[in-house]
Design a protein around this ligand. Structure first.
Ligand SMILES: [Ca+2]
Ligand SMILES: [Ca+2]
Ligand SMILES: [Ca+2]
Ligand SMILES: [Ca+2]
Length: 415
């Protein structure tokens, strides 16, 4: 792959050693070349000089150590301030004082992985205290850790499932009971499955409800690409992978969801459905987990069926292993937040040594939708996910990341 040269303003980025730096949203860096079939939509849009909404963030460095590939947020100590949880630690807001959840292990960014991937918080045992849920290495266990309710000592560990496959397995409220469930592969059976969170304090089992058949698609430990979205407009959230989607039945506990084949692109990270071209049918968005590309997949109706046409949104950086679809600029249209997962394969992916950038892309919908890229930072990136949430309760969405560069919070500035 041709190496891209970018000229980042130096005054902000040579202060990485400081715990807090201000960053600005910089203008689009016009790509030196375009992949495959000419320049990306974004590049063409930028060339026309489209208006750009400037959003700025303040970067806070919680850790410069590699402790986790994923992150979660929640108010651990019930003081009303949202804390950050990653790997073996929770970081107490507002000063981000680290506390151990369990005995930490040492991980090396250039030699391997941590044991903490996609993470989440919820009160699993219904005692009023936020617990920590953590998917481990792909194909291994997912655990939840019981909040000790202000007491000292490590958090009690409970098994959710012993073999969770797909690198974008995650937590969704699948049965709409107000509690998050786990969606992923049961990788011992290679079967897409959802695991229902226990609904009473004394119940510890996460009951498995298979979606696909055994030895089916998307459920291997290292399967790439998974998401939920209403693909057929019936109001139910379907399960999306790169080869197609499973249609949610009226009762989601029913096994054998109908699979609809669809060519939804290359190995990906989180996937989302939205009608990006506003023509009445759902399209899909995805990003390359380890290679190069962020795409939208257009659903095209034609005689006798439907086909999918993939459009490149950006090829500015590689390893977009975490992707969020969320409205950043409050124009009513969902934007993208993504970045580079630094050293995703310990130096074996293309572009590993490029700056680990973090971006948001503003959606301009229409018959030919475009996305305006905004650089947030170039010394962090994303992990196997990127959390976008207003953790400061000021109505502005913040971005939270953990990866091989450390743990970071980007607080959106009010002006
Ligand atoms: Ca707190
Ligand atoms: Ca709890
Ligand atoms: Ca559409
Ligand atoms: Ca928007």
């Amino acid at each position: 792959m041709k190496k891209r040269t970018a000229h980042f303003p130096s005054e902000a980025f040579n202060k990485i050693g400081q715990r807090i730096i201000k960053t600005l949203a910089y203008a689009w860096l016009f790509p030196a070349f375009c992949l495959n079939t000419g320049c990306s939509t974004v590049a063409k849009n930028a060339a026309k000089g489209g208006a750009v909404k400037q959003i700025t963030f303040t970067k806070e460095v919680l850790s410069e150590e590699f402790i986790a590939e994923g992150v979660a947020v929640g108010d651990v100590n019930k003081d009303g301030l949202v804390d950050v949880l990653a790997g073996a630690y929770w970081f107490q807001a507002p000063g981000w004082v680290p506390h151990e959840i369990m005995k930490p292990e040492k991980f090396f960014f250039d030699k391997g992985y941590s044991d903490a991937f996609i993470s989440q918080t919820m009160d699993v045992n219904l005692d009023g205290w936020t617990d920590f849920l953590r998917i481990g290495f792909p194909g291994k266990e997912a655990f939840w850790f019981e909040n000790p309710k202000g007491e000292s000592g490590y958090w009690k560990k409970h098994l959710i499932h012993d073999a969770v496959g797909n690198e974008s397995a995650g937590f969704f409220d699948i049965d709409k009971d107000g509690r998050l469930d786990l969606l992923g592969g049961n990788s011992s059976k290679k079967q897409m499955t959802w695991f229902k969170a226990p609904s009473s304090p004394n119940d510890s089992e996460w009951q498995a409800f298979p979606i696909s058949g055994e030895a089916d698609l998307g459920a291997e430990p290292f399967s790439h690409g998974l998401g939920m979205g209403d693909m057929n407009g019936d109001g139910r959230q379907d399960v999306i992978i790169t080869k197609g989607w499973w249609e949610a039945p009226p009762d989601v506990r029913q096994p054998g969801w109908v699979f609809h084949e669809a060519n939804l692109g290359q190995a990906a990270a989180q996937m989302y459905a939205y009608d990006f071209d506003a023509d009445g049918d759902q399209d899909v968005i995805s990003s390359s987990a380890h290679g190069l590309g962020i795409w939208w997949h257009e659903q095209v109706a034609e005689q006798g069926g439907r086909r999918w046409v993939t459009h490149l949104i950006s090829d500015a950086f590689t390893q977009t292993h975490g992707l969020a679809l969320t409205d950043m600029d409050k124009d009513g249209f969902p934007d993208l937040v993504t970045g580079m997962r630094y050293f995703a394969h310990m130096g074996h992916d293309p572009g590993e040594l490029n700056p680990p950038v973090l971006y948001w892309f503003g959606l301009k919908p229409g018959p030919k939708p475009t996305w305006v890229p905004h650089l947030i930072d170039n010394a962090s990136g994303v992990g196997v996910d990127v959390v976008v949430k207003d953790i400061t309760s000021d109505g502005l969405k913040d971005i939270i990341v953990a990866n091989k560069k450390g743990v970071f919070v980007f607080k959106q500035n009010a002006d």
